[in-house]
Design a binder for this molecule. Structure first.
Ligand code: FAD
Length: 268
């Protein structure tokens, strides 16, 4: 909590993405010791991490266990491989390997078997934060587009004076504001401590998909220069395209909303 040590959260695996229930990573308790074995994928900040919160199968089912990176004899307790992505290149995303990584029973986070509930609660808030990051990307793309529209002239006037370009900018600004309001509502509900998976799922899918649309229109407004590395807007587009994936894809958010509306789960 003092921010002195960096953590990472290890939920996803090569065979387990949208369906957390199928986590395969195993933890075995022997007396006061717990040994963790398994592979995790897409883990943010793992390369910089001092410890990992690992979702794994322990005695009573899916549980969360803290594993310190520093192991015995100065060796790392887990190995990390950085993955190269199309965007968000400033943020580390890694594959993580646990091969009998040792931790102690007091490093169990919450109850043994309570890990699935804890993970779903974590997603409830994480989704709003992914939405907020997307709003940042969308805002940057909109500002870049407005600036360019006020500088580039075609057909005898600034492109920002053409009605279709103004229509694009109006759409982008409106979508961005709607996304921001959905995220603000999600944050308010999280602060109140009430169940809000419907609202945070709405905030997540809408904000992330709108960031992709907004950044795409910003590239369009730039014409040819929009796809070059010489202008920042292609980077906004690549960053935006990533956001509908982490912490539950757009499809999964819509299934959460649909289940809460109908009482029927499309997952089973
Ligand atoms: C930048 C980034 C950072 C991440 N950080 C972390 C992290 O720190 N920790 C961590 O544990 N994970 C992390 N993840 C992993 C992320 O949560 C998963 O990528 C995500 O849950 C999707 O899983 P998957 O990639 O295996 O896709 P899959 O689950 O294989 O899905 C593939 C496609 O099928 C669709 N699909 C799946 N099931 C259904 C269904 N029932 N109905 C309809 N469509 C379906 C999905 O929507 C998607 O379009 C990160 C991912 C990214 C991209």
């Amino acid at each position: 909590m003092r921010g002195e040590r960096i953590g990472c959260t290890c939920i996803s695996e090569p065979e387990v993405g949208s369906n957390v229930v199928e986590v395969k990573c195993q933890a075995k308790r022997t007396g006061n010791l717990i040994h963790v074995t398994g592979q995790k994928l897409w883990i943010s900040n793992a390369a910089q991490s001092d410890f990992a919160v690992v979702v794994c199968n322990l005695d009573d089912g899916i549980s969360m266990v803290i594993v310190d990176r520093a192991g015995k004899d100065g060796k790392d307790n887990y190995q990390v491989r950085e993955l190269r992505k199309m965007g968000l290149v400033g943020a580390s995303t890694c594959e993580v390997f646990f091969d009998g990584a040792e931790t102690t029973a007091d490093h169990l986070l919450g109850k043994s078997g309570g890990g699935l509930f804890q993970t779903l609660k974590l997603f409830e808030s994480a989704r709003v934060f992914v939405g907020l990051t997307s709003i940042g990307i969308g805002q940057a793309a909109l500002e870049t587009a407005v600036l360019y529209a006020g500088q580039r002239s075609q057909h005898g006037k600034l492109i920002g004076g053409h009605q279709l370009i103004q229509g694009y900018l109006a759409d982008m600004a409106t979508q961005l504001d709607a996304a921001r309001l959905l995220c603000q509502r999600g944050l308010q509900l999280l602060d109140l401590g009430v169940r809000c998976d419907t609202q945070t799922s709405m905030a997540k899918w809408y904000s992330t998909e709108m960031a992709v649309e907004i950044a795409g229109k910003a590239v369009q407004i730039h014409g040819g220069v929009g796809i070059t590395k010489e202008f920042p807007v292609e980077r906004h587009f690549r960053n935006a395209k990533i956001m509908p994936i982490p912490d539950g894809t757009t499809e999964i958010q819509k299934l959460v909303i649909g289940r809460n509306l109908t009482g029927i789960s499309a997952f089973s």
